[in-house]
Design a protein. Structure first.
Length: 289
């Protein structure tokens, strides 16, 4: 067959790249058919997020292990600056020193972990999927592969749900079960029996809205960034398949360079925003109403 018969269309290319390597709990290859489906999981997101989480722990451990009391090296200085910045943010939001002993390191790890997951978007879009296209089927897997875990809604909502559970834990720990239960029905409209159902409904809406928006914000930005990189890659592919079209090659290089430089800011900013919202939500759990 000719190469044109093998080449996917632009829509097929993007659809293939947006498909996760999905398995059910019998470890059989499946495809998600509904918006919410708890009978399967995205194996690629789990592998990449877990690996990058371990890498983040290793990097922070390495920074602590090589720390000296003398003039710090560049890596140690970077870790110290990052630690001090996040520690100052934690002190400004969470006034309990005991809580900060856990929440401070958690916020540091959240920032590093999300930054590493976001940074996977800086790898050329076809590099790892092209390797997996050969290796995956040889290992008995499908050739689908997405390498940016934060462009997967199940990853970001999973993280925001964990933050919600921490908020519930600190609400009960700081205020007591009775005190928090009273707050659920007495705030924000006041402690009157006629207002209890409305207060409780507003509290539940607030918890759900914060959790969903927390995860959706990170997912939306990273998904959009991943999609733009795919569109830019299509420009290069169109040039490679055409006899002429040097404008496509020029546009591919210029657009790719500009978007990459801009996206560096995006991946750092999104990691910082998710970390700050984590601190703010946990800090709110310490406040009495």
């Amino acid at each position: 067959m000719s190469s044109e018969q093998h080449a996917p269309s632009a829509g097929e290319y993007i659809t293939h790249h947006l498909q996760h390597l999905q398995k059910n709990f019998s470890f059989e290859s499946v495809k998600q058919t509904s918006i919410v489906d708890f009978s399967l999981f995205n194996l690629d997101s789990l592998v990449f997020s877990s690996s990058l989480g371990l890498l983040g722990v290793f990097l922070l451990w390495l920074g602590v292990r090589k720390a000296t009391s003398g003039v710090p090296g560049r890596f140690q200085a970077a870790v110290e600056i990052l630690f001090e910045t996040i520690d100052n943010q934690a002190k400004g939001v969470i006034h309990s020193a005991q809580s900060r002993r856990f929440v401070g390191p958690l916020a540091l790890m959240v920032f590093v972990w999300i930054f590493l997951m976001n940074f996977m978007d800086m790898i050329p879009v076809d590099t790892l999927p092209q390797i997996w296209h050969t290796a995956g089927p040889a290992l008995g897997f499908k050739d689908y592969l997405r390498v940016v875990p934060t462009a997967d809604l199940s990853t970001t909502l999973g993280m925001s749900t964990f933050v919600l559970l921490l908020c519930l834990y600190y609400n009960i720990k700081i205020k007591g079960l009775g005190g928090w239960g009273h707050e659920l029905i007495a705030a924000p409209f006041g402690n009157h029996w006629a207002l209890w159902p409305f207060n409780f409904a507003m509290q539940m809406i607030e918890f759900v809205a914060k959790t969903v928006s927390h995860g959706m914000r990170l997912f939306g930005n990273m998904f959009a960034g991943e999609l733009v990189f795919m569109l830019i890659a299509l420009m290069g592919g169109a040039f490679a398949m055409s006899v002429t079209g040097w404008g496509l090659a020029f546009g591919h290089v210029i657009a790719g360079t500009i978007w990459t430089l801009f996206h560096i800011l995006v991946i750092v900013l999104q990691a910082f925003i998710f970390m700050m919202l984590t601190l703010i939500y946990i800090g709110q759990a310490h406040d009495h109403h």
